[in-house]
Design a protein around this ligand. Structure first.
Ligand code: ZN
Ligand code: ZN
Length: 234
């Protein structure tokens, strides 16, 4: 049986305001949200879906659907990062940065041998413009491959490392990328609670394996705010 994509939201009766969202057990591909005739505080309205949506959710024009606790649309993965897949996304960044850094270090001896054999200008051109050096016949295929793989690994490690630092900051602040861009801190419950909210109670161990049993405390539809726990400045 297909696993439900809990990041996706579809409203059953978009014309009504409502108080409680419920999962439709008949549909495994979407969460269907049942609507009740009561007003929900903090609900926002999605003009594309023409319906009220839970707080922190956001519409993705690429996925053409609202996403629970939407963080951003990842173009490399081709899908949105939201409430349910934020933890695997963070682990992917960590593991990818680690693997790429490791490969870069392993390539170090071969690269240093190349450095010793050629002038610095030649090496700089090889690392910066490997395709041009290959096409003009200035390097062998093996030297090109070494430079290309090194470039890819170093650039990938830097990209993943920067992403990990950025999302680590958001994680500790309890923000999504969208909330960070808007300067919103409504859901910052303190670093420890924020970590548990995004990674579950076993937040230390899930970095090793993101699919470890560590259930997220919320349902992606309602969230505790700093005001709820008295953390806002009076
Ligand atoms: Zn929408
Ligand atoms: Zn998307």
């Amino acid at each position: 049986m297909l696993e439900p994509d809990y990041n996706r939201i579809r409203l059953l009766e978009p014309e009504h305001s409502f108080r409680t969202w419920m999962v439709d057990p008949e549909d495994v591909s979407f969460i269907h949200l049942q609507i009740f005739n009561e007003h929900l505080l903090c609900a926002s309205y999605c003009y594309q879906c023409q319906s009220q949506v839970p707080p922190r959710s956001g519409h993705c024009s690429a996925c053409r659907v609202c996403i629970l606790r939407r963080d951003h649309h990842c173009r490399l993965l081709g899908r949105c990062v939201g409430f349910r897949n934020y933890r695997p996304f963070l682990c992917l960044l960590l593991h990818a940065a680690g693997v790429l850094l490791h490969v870069s270090v392993l390539l170090g001896p071969a690269l240093s041998a190349l450095l010793r054999a050629h002038a610095p200008l030649h090496i700089a051109a090889l690392l910066l413009l490997p395709w041009l050096m290959l096409l003009t016949g200035r390097v062998s295929l093996a030297q090109f491959a070494l430079a290309f793989v090194t470039d890819t690994c170093v650039a990938g490690a830097l990209l993943c490392g920067a992403g990990l630092l950025f999302h680590g900051m958001l994680l500790l602040r309890g923000q999504t990328t969208w909330e960070w861009a808007r300067g919103q801190h409504s859901y910052d419950l303190g670093p420890c609670h924020n970590l548990q909210a995004a990674l579950g109670p076993r937040w230390v161990l899930v970095w090793l394996w993101p699919f470890l049993a560590s259930p997220l405390p919320g349902d992606g539809i309602t969230f505790q705010t700093a005001a709820d726990v008295g953390l806002t400045a009076s």
